[in-house]
Design a protein around this ligand. Structure first.
Ligand code: 5GP
Ligand code: MN
Length: 344
């Protein structure tokens, strides 16, 4: 278990005394970030009397708007003062689905301030590698499929029912499904499926979640993907590497909206013989890269070492200072030193 019996007891006591609890997650919040925070909020709303506020650093993708509680989430970028006060003044702070304060963008200073003032009422629940111990309770399980799976386990540790409400199930199922690529990735365990079974037993209509996540495409998004496939996808067979490039001009021309590139990199990985895939994109003038791999090649290590990033063994992200062409050049220049690892 990611918290000991005594830690769980201490956390329970913190919660019983609390009037306000804040749950924060990472920048570019995804299905697991919002699923785990909103899922934990709905568990707390059912079992405790304190008020729970979910806060994310920047805007949520529209395709997750079906999640219960989505509209009450505070966005730090837009409601900075309110969010700052909530983080600084809350009785208990939960940090979900991120491993260090560098993952929360402009919210970092506020989070660090709160953490250093009152570390002992700060709780992390996360499945990324190498968590930073910036608060007292570090619940880390790098073998967990998702933070949403850990939130389910945490609820069990607190002694709550194994079949949650439908609202809680919608949130947690979304997080588990998105982070496992629909129960596909290697972190999907027997426990993941047992938890999913208990979520389904709530009466959750899981097919509706699939509809929300996969069948709400816009024409402009599919046309953007089409152009990336036909003109900006390269395969380097000698390295077992495939990569995509989506520059600012391309994204603008296809009316890019937050989330439109989500999942695209997996198609580069699906090319036969590919060990590592990457997508370079230029958003708001910043260069972001998403990495994916199969097998033992660690894109976490690769992103940490070369692109100021990190994540998991098989899914990681990072950034680059410079132009998108320079980012690609940098990437290409370091591949030879990984050739033996990539081709093993
Ligand atoms: P994605 O490619 O979907 O944005 O991210 C894949 C995984 O890598 C996610 O688990 C995410 O949390 C992590 N990740 C993405 N970008 C960064 C980054 O800049 N730094 C770190 N440490 N992790 C990242
Ligand atoms: Mn996650």
């Amino acid at each position: 278990m990611f918290f000991s019996e005594s830690q769980t007891q201490e956390i329970r006591e913190l919660l019983l005394k609390a009037n306000t609890v804040v749950l924060v997650s990472h920048r570019n919040p995804d299905g697991d970030a919002l699923g785990s925070t909103l899922g934990l909020k709905s568990i707390f709303d059912r079992h405790f009397s304190f008020k729970t506020q979910v806060i994310v650093p920047d805007e949520r993708p529209d395709f997750l708007a079906y999640l219960p509680g989505f509209t009450e989430v505070l966005v730090f970028d837009k409601e900075t003062q309110q969010a700052t006060e909530a983080i600084l003044n809350c009785d208990v702070l939960f940090c979900l689905d991120f491993n260090h304060p560098g993952r929360v963008g402009d919210m970092e200073d506020v989070l660090r301030a709160r953490a250093s003032l009152r570390p002992d009422s700060g709780i992390m629940i996360d499945h990324h590698q190498q968590p930073e111990a910036f608060i007292t309770y570090i619940g880390s399980d790098t073998s967990a499929s998702s933070t949403s799976e850990m939130v389910y386990t945490f609820s069990q540790m607190l002694g709550f029912e194994s079949i949650p409400t439908k609202e809680t199930a919608m949130c947690l199922y979304t997080g588990i499904m998105t982070d496992t690529g629909s129960f596909r990735f290697s972190a999907t365990s027997p426990a993941t499926h047992r938890i999913a079974a208990n979520l389904l037993a709530s009466g959750l209509e899981h097919w509706k979640i699939h509809e929300h996540l996969f069948n709400q495409n816009k024409l402009s998004k599919l046309q953007l993907w089409g152009e990336v496939f036909s003109r900006h996808l390269s395969q380097l067979q000698e390295f077992g590497v495939s990569y995509m490039v989506a520059d600012g001009e391309l994204l603008q021309r296809h009316h890019y909206e937050e989330g439109d590139l989500e999942g695209l990199v997996n198609f580069a990985l699906s090319l036969k013989g590919t060990t590592m895939a990457a997508i370079f994109s230029e958003r708001k003038g910043k260069i972001r890269i998403s990495f994916r791999s199969v097998g033992t090649f660690s894109v976490n290590a690769f992103a940490r070492e070369h692109f100021n990033g990190g994540g998991h063994e098989n899914a990681a992200g990072g950034s680059f200072e410079g132009s998108i062409q320079e980012a690609v050049q940098h990437f290409l220049s370091i591949l030879p030193s990984y050739k033996s690892q990539l081709k093993s």
